[in-house]
Design a protein around this ligand. Structure first.
Ligand SMILES: CC(C)C(=O)/C=C\C(C(=O)O)=C(\O)C(=O)O
Ligand code: FE2
Length: 280
């Protein structure tokens, strides 16, 4: 079994780093942590970085998850190899680029590029936002799935994810007490479907709605409230079509042992209890 502790970072390729930087700072509200060679590192909380843009193809997308220690990483590598997943053992230089002690890379059954990391760096100085979006931290990702049932099996049976809720066959899975860290959404190909940052209050969600509208950032869903986690949300489009989400109030699962996933119908009211509909 692979024991995921939390999501650590997202790495995104972009052909236009200048626009990516402008969006991440002036619109999303992240802090620049470091400018590397053709790389930009951003902070959203007390971690050294939670988002890295590299110059390159926008199709290069990776999600990093933290595991406990080196021994857990070794177990993860052999578990994946035994199941036929090719595993890349990160070099020291690659680990340094990710600000982690060690990592492995592999592809999930849909083809999403996943990294498992040990000892991701924290930062001494506190996170200082580049705009007052109210961000309290990077929290979850939506992952594309070409086969929801197969991929739910992978994340729950090979890894330790537990299903908190389902909307149709969309599963919202937790790896700790937070309602979900991974959401699996149907899509024809691999990719990150959305990147979530938590904000401090509903005021922050609504304030950003006006702010982003004014900046002509396309709003794709919300403001609204998810009946599943209870979170108030806003989804909007960033560089290269990547969707970002602000949300506040994602619930926690009180009793991990006794929680039974709730089943919601695949209908608009299951995505927003206030009646928001996705744009387009
Ligand atoms: C758009 C997604 C699928 C959605 O409506 C699901 C719910 C939640 C939630 O309960 O908070 C998400 O944040 C999410 O998966 O994006
Ligand atoms: Fe989300």
């Amino acid at each position: 079994m692979i024991y995921l502790k939390d999501v650590s970072y997202v790495r995104l390729g972009s052909p236009d780093l200048e626009s990516a930087e402008a969006f991440a700072t002036a619109c999303l509200g992240l802090q620049i942590a470091e400018r590397g060679k053709k790389k930009l590192y951003f902070r959203s909380d007390d971690r050294a970085h939670t988002l890295c843009y590299s110059e390159g193809d926008a199709g290069n997308q990776t999600v990093g998850f933290e595991v406990e220690d080196d021994a857990s990483l070794q177990v993860a590598a052999s578990t994946l190899e035994a199941l036929g997943h090719a595993v890349h053992a990160g070099t020291a230089e690659e680990a340094e680029q990710r600000k982690v002690k060690a990592f492995i890379g592999f592809y999930d059954p849909t083809g999403n590029h996943i990294e498992l990391v040990v000892r991701p760096e924290r930062s001494g100085p506190r996170y200082f936002a580049s705009r007052d979006a109210g961000i309290t931290g990077f929290s979850h990702v939506g992952l594309n799935s070409t086969n929801l049932l197969r991929d739910e099996r992978f994340w729950t049976q090979v890894c330790n994810a537990r299903v908190s809720d389902r909307i149709g066959d969309i599963s919202l899975m937790r790896v700790n007490a937070i309602h979900h860290t991974i959401a699996l959404l149907p899509a024809p190909n691999a990719g990150i479907q959305h990147i979530n940052h938590q904000v401090g209050s509903s005021d922050d969600v609504l304030r950003s709605h006006y702010f982003l509208n004014e900046k002509r950032v396309p709003i794709v869903f919300g403001p609204g409230r998810h009946p599943t986690s209870g979170a108030r949300f806003l989804y909007f489009k960033g560089p290269d079509g990547m969707v970002f989400e602000y949300s506040v109030g994602v619930g926690e699962i009180e009793n991990d042992e006794t929680h039974r996933p709730r089943q919601f119908g695949f209908e608009p009211a299951s995505f927003c209890m206030w009646g928001a509909k996705p744009a387009g």
